[in-house]
Structures are given as structure tokens and as C-alpha cells.
Design a binder for this molecule. Sequence first.
Ligand code: OAD
Length: 242
Amino acid sequence: MEESPKSSSGPIVILTGAGISAESGISTFRGSSGLWENHRIEDVASPEGFARNPELVQRFYNGRRNQLTLENIQPNAAHKALAKLEQEWPEPVLIVTQNIDPLHERGGSKNVLHMHGELLKSRCQACEKVFDCNEDLNSQTPCPGCQQMGSLRPHVVWFGETPLFLPEIFSALETCSLFMAIGTSSNVYPAAGFVEHIRMNTMAHTVELNLEPSSMRSNFHECIYGPASDIVPTYVDELLKA
Ligand code: OAD
């Protein structure tokens, strides 16, 4: 027997993807062009792409990082609704995001795991330390820790690399009562496989909230389609009212 989300007040895990930030002005990865901000994903999101052309990759992420300082890039109603859920739900609410932007935190969420890394962090390939990063990186930038020049890279998980926080994430998936997947096309593993893992191992209720059906839609108990800024606040209000 599966739990009804309305009658349960157990822990919640929320997987988010690029769709939740789309209405905040940040492009999704798999738009109709198949390009990410005019670049092939493999050129700017793989270790091979970085090895081939580090300056291009650094320029690309410098651009993404600078975009976050624009006034119009703000958390939208969906980010804020999830922060309200975390505040008002009696049990833990964990956001596992594939997004590298800081809009969940800017919207007020505290319990957030960035499984694909963060734009506002850099990592030194020499000393392996992670640093806050609010400035442009290039081949002359010294590491603030070991001072090695040109060793900093965006702290972003690229294709072929292992996502972050997997033990914590799987432990939360296995103990949650409700799993929500918001704004993700479910094309990239392991995140795409979370719903199957939950269905195989738990009684949790699972719901997809997306603009359109994702490739994993048949695995969810419940599917709600529309813009995140519309459907997420409505769903959260229903949960909090029940
Ligand atoms: P995608 O770009 O693959 O998918 C975005 C999803 O959001 C699509 O299913 C859209 O239909 C949906 N969407 C778009 N606008 C929306 C809106 N306003 N409201 C609700 N949904 C909307 O992005 P992700 O699934 O997040 O990884 O991509 C996963 C990973 O692939 C990324 O984290 C990144 C990428 O390559 C790495 O870089 C490692």
C-alpha cells in the first residue's frame, strides 16, 4: 500500500531541474535547439571539452556566473513555495537540485544539495579544495589555497564525473514519504533513476511537476503539467492545507 501525500506528514525529497529556473530567466539545457546558450553540451560540460579548450569553458561559466548578478534573475514563485514548504512542513524537506544556480537558496530554502555542483564555487585541480567564487576564472587565476596558477575550474559536475552527495541523497530517498520531481526532463542519470529507485524500495508517493511529460512519466503515481511558477505553489498549498 502506498502513502497518500495528503494524509502523510513524513519527510519529503524534491528533485529539481532546469525547468524550475526557466521562468527566472535561466535557460534550460535541452531547449528546442539542442544547444546550451549556443554551445554543444559536450563542449562546455565535459572534462574532454575542458581539456580541449579551457579558455572557452572558463568564458562560458564566467558568462553563466555573471548572469546571476543581473537584477532580473530572481527566484520565482516555485522556488519560494518550496522554501515555504520547508518552513511549515513538520518533517524534513530536502531539495536535491541538478541546477548550479543559487535560486533555491535565494528563495529561502536551507536544506539544499547541489548534486551537479554550484556556479558560485570553484575547485582547485591541484589541491582539490573548493572555494566560493564570485569572479571570472581564467588560466592566470591563482588558487587562493595553494597559489598554483590556472588550476581552478568551475565546481560543476560534468558528463562522465560522479555527482555529489550520492550517499546522503539515496539515504533520503529511501526514507521519504513523498518524492516530487520538478522541471527535469529525466534524461541524465543518476537523477533520472531516483523515481524508479523509490518505487522499487519504498512506499513513498511520487509526483512529477513539469511543463510536459518527461521520459520517466510512467513511473510516477501523479503527474501535473504546467509552468512551475503556477503548479508548484498550488501543489504546496494543497499539501500544507491537508
Ligand atoms: P533539461 O533542460 O533537460 O529539462 C528541463 C525540463 O524542464 C524539460 O522537461 C522542460 O519541459 C521543463 N520545463 C521548461 N520550462 C519549464 C517551466 N516553466 N516549468 C516547469 N517545467 C519546465 O534540464 P534538466 O533535466 O535539469 O547536468 O537537465 C539535467 C542535467 O542535464 C543538468 O543538470 C545538466 C544537464 O546536462 C550537468 O551539467 C551534469
